[in-house]
Design a protein around this ligand. Structure first.
Ligand code: ADP
Ligand code: GLC
Length: 473
């Protein structure tokens, strides 16, 4: 089977969050299972672009907003990622450093999708499956099914749409109707949701199959999906949840070159301690206290706004028995609150506001607990990385966190779960973490070994996707 993934992110070319990790790993595992999986994404100007060799594979043109634009497609020469990576370049739109956050993101991603459909319709042999990820690729199923320019050439190709985050839907007004290439206008309803063109809604309506990244999140979308609830209820027959895996080559404490001390489950206690000491000296913390960390985008979904209050209360209430460390960027207000606490809670708390892939690895390795009080968490990869590095996840019982973590109060449990995203729940969970660390050392040691043995690799989920593709071929 031949599959082409269309995505705005793919690690290591460009990553803002978990989408990049997933698209950087899933195709590799699909190839290992004997299929041909490729990825196409925009050609942002990132380090990876400049450090690798590329060949030109296609040049073409399309129209957006009555303007003709030229695009080119290049391919990484050496298959170093374990799959073919294609980049689409469009002058003045995609030739930028960042992935998102520009005023013309709508134009950027619509033209990216037009270019991809145009390129695919010129391929002599077609892929069997076009797998679109999130709203930046959400118009592709409509383009392929209804737009005259593509529907004939791509009629036999099946589409799958995966929702990594239902919070962002990419909607834009009908005043930009001319962004969409010619189609039979009575099909406008396949683009529309609440009087706007909504790429996520359109993909759910037009794709052959729709998935999201955990079974629990699929359920939740029917009750809470930023206005799309009814569509998930209506289309439930073609929707399913497939839990993400992790790339165990990239995330492996035994081989991870970012760590000051590599370790496995036999020497987990010592290995983690060395990495904690490194963090402690870098951030002015106490290596003999439990370290509770948070890594992630500082946004509402992650409940980053309640971290300052929850951390200060925990430090006061438990007399500074635990240390806290934050790595993240996002909402400027939350960033400045978290940064200003560095001075106030010196020796008990510190933060690094920004994005650092190396530091994230050291934190997964050197922390005792990883906090994720998310309000929404479609899957969450951080808890899976934490498990692999013997770090106890402290998570809200929601979405993918619900599906991948079992509270240590239950049989074979290994995590700390909270019911709500609230200051109280975080403070209470911190108390449980402190008790586990100081008073139940053997239990903690057992849990670490147990967690490190859990297999969350892509092996089984990659197969689930293949079965899903098979069902529509
Ligand atoms: P989301 O995709 O919603 O951000 P996930 O848990 O799926 O959440 O994935 C987050 C990914 O981004 C993980 O690989 C995590 O380590 C990484 N990450 C998030 N914030 C940062 C940061 N500030 N520095 C380094 N890595 C980060
Ligand atoms: C999203 C979700 C996250 C998920 C990731 C990869 O960004 O917020 O929960 O793990 O996509 O699927």
């Amino acid at each position: 089977m031949e599959i082409i993934h269309i995505s705005a992110e793919c690690y290591p070319m460009a990553k803002a969050g978990g989408l990049g990790d997933v698209v950087g790993a899933l195709p590799k595992y699909q190839n290992k299972l004997g299929h041909i999986a490729k990825v196409v994404m925009p050609m942002y100007r990132t380090k990876f672009l400049y450090e690798n060799e590329w060949e030109l594979v296609h040049e073409g043109g399309q129209v957006l907003n009555s303007n003709w634009f030229k695009y080119s497609v290049i391919k990484e020469k050496t298959n170093k990622l374990g799959f073919d990576l294609y980049l689409v370049d469009i002058n003045n739109l995609l030739d930028r450093e960042k992935i998102y956050g520009y005023n013309d993101d709508t134009e950027r991603f619509v033209s990216f999708q037009l270019a991809v459909c145009d390129w695919l319709s010129h391929w002599q042999h077609k892929p069997n499956i076009v797998h679109c990820h999130d709203h930046q690729a959400g118009l592709v199923p409509f383009f392929m099914k209804h737009c005259h320019a593509f529907r004939y050439q791509l009629a036999d190709v099946r589409t799958v749409f995966t929702i990594h985050n239902g919070q962002y839907q990419g909607q834009f007004g009908w005043d930009k109707y001319y962004f969409i290439p010619a189609y039979d206008t009575w099909n406008w309803g396949y683009l529309d949701w609440n009087n706007a063109i909504n790429p996520m809604a359109s993909a759910v309506k037009c794709a052959w199959k729709v998935t999201t990244v955990s079974p629990s999140y699929m359920e939740e979308l029917r009750h809470s999906a930023r206005g799309l609830e009814a569509i998930f209820e209506y289309e439930r027959g073609k929707c399913s949840g497939i839990i993400n895996g992790i790339d165990v080559d990239v995330w492996n404490p035994e081989t991870d070159n970012y760590l000051v001390e590599k370790f496995n489950k036999e020497n987990v206690a010592e290995g983690k301690q060395k990495n904690k000491e490194n963090l402690a000296s870098q951030f002015g913390l106490d290596p003999n206290k439990p370290l509770i960390s948070f890594i992630g985008r500082l946004v509402d979904e992650k409940a980053a706004d309640i971290l300052p209050e929850a951390i200060s209360q925990s430090i006061y209430q438990y007399g500074g028995k635990a240390n806290f460390l934050i790595l993240g960027s996002g909402d400027p207000h939350v960033e400045s609150q978290l940064a200003s606490m560095n001075g106030q809670f010196k020796g008990y708390y510190n933060s690094y506001i920004g994005y650092s892939e190396p530091l994230s690895h050291i934190i997964y390795a050197g922390s005792d607990f990883l906090l994720m009080p998310s309000r929404v968490e479609p899957c969450g990869l951080n808890q899976l990385y934490a498990l692999r590095y013997g770090t106890v996840p402290m998570v809200r019982n929601i979405g993918g966190l619900k599906d991948t973590v079992v509270d240590f109060g239950n049989e074979n449990g290994y995590g700390i779960k909270m019911e709500q995203s609230s200051v109280w729940d975080i403070v209470y969970s911190t108390g449980r973490a402190i008790d586990l660390f100081y008073n139940q050392k053997d239990r903690l040691d057992e849990m670490r070994k147990y967690m490190m043995d859990i297999d969350n690799s892509w092996d089984s989920s990659a197969q689930h996707y293949l079965d899903l593709y098979q069902s529509i071929l």
